[in-house]
Design a binder for this molecule. Sequence first.
Ligand SMILES: C[S@@+](CC[C@H](N)C(=O)[O-])C[C@H]1O[C@@H](n2cnc3c(N)ncnc32)[C@H](O)[C@@H]1O
Length: 244
Amino acid sequence: MKGDTPQVRGVVLPGAFHPLSDTWLLARAGCRERLGPGARILELCAGPAFAGITVARSSGAHLTTVDVSRRAVVNARVNALLNRVAIRARRGDLFSAVAGERFDLILANPPYVPGQRPPRSGPARAWEAGDDGRAVLDQLCVAAPEHLRPGGVVLIVHSEVCDAQATLQAYADGDLAADVVARERGPLGPLLRARRTELEQRGLLRPGQEEEEVVVVRGRAPNAVVERGGAMLATVPRARSKVG
Ligand SMILES: C[S@@+](CC[C@H](N)C(=O)[O-])C[C@H]1O[C@@H](n2cnc3c(N)ncnc32)[C@H](O)[C@@H]1O
């Protein structure tokens, strides 16, 4: 058990990403979303899929996972089996593996460490995210709205170091109501510490910064647009954005 996260069983196969505190922060945020019968969850950058499996187990929703790593796909299937969760695990690059599909909840803990270009293969693909840490994040934010059902929600976890405001703005640009729904402060990880001088020079870390905040940024699609007497009525207000 991690904090108040519902318990799931699981293994981490060699070469797959070990879940960290951000995984469980995302899982807890996912469990707070209300999902109706027949709901569909998508976990992108799923790794062994602990977050998606936790939410699917607590809600009974159907889970789809996507990861570029073959091992991660196998790992997600094994963990779903261990938890008796219905899963469709696909290998692919972000939404390309689920082209044209829509979901009620999209979860992602993507690579977000700034400093080096994402490699084509190898374990560093799980964390390296380009100069500003947004190489994968920006693609996710732009494409998420067209993969949400009406009223659907996207939850992405990342460090404040790669700019929560940029995620909020990208959601708002995609007509999602955007908000930060979870925060957790902790010491800088070993990679950020090793890159501290460079990141301070580039303004991504404050001088002497020892801690970072990890945030879960939520975007919600408008509810279905209904037609009444020839007038189109959106059932929720247009997108708003705030740094929570
Ligand atoms: C930080 S790990 C997170 C794993 C898991 N979600 C967790 O929280 O424990 C990021 C994962 O994203 C995958 N990944 C990286 N780039 C990707 C891409 N373009 N499309 C799909 N998956 C990707 C990596 O293989 C890795 O499993």
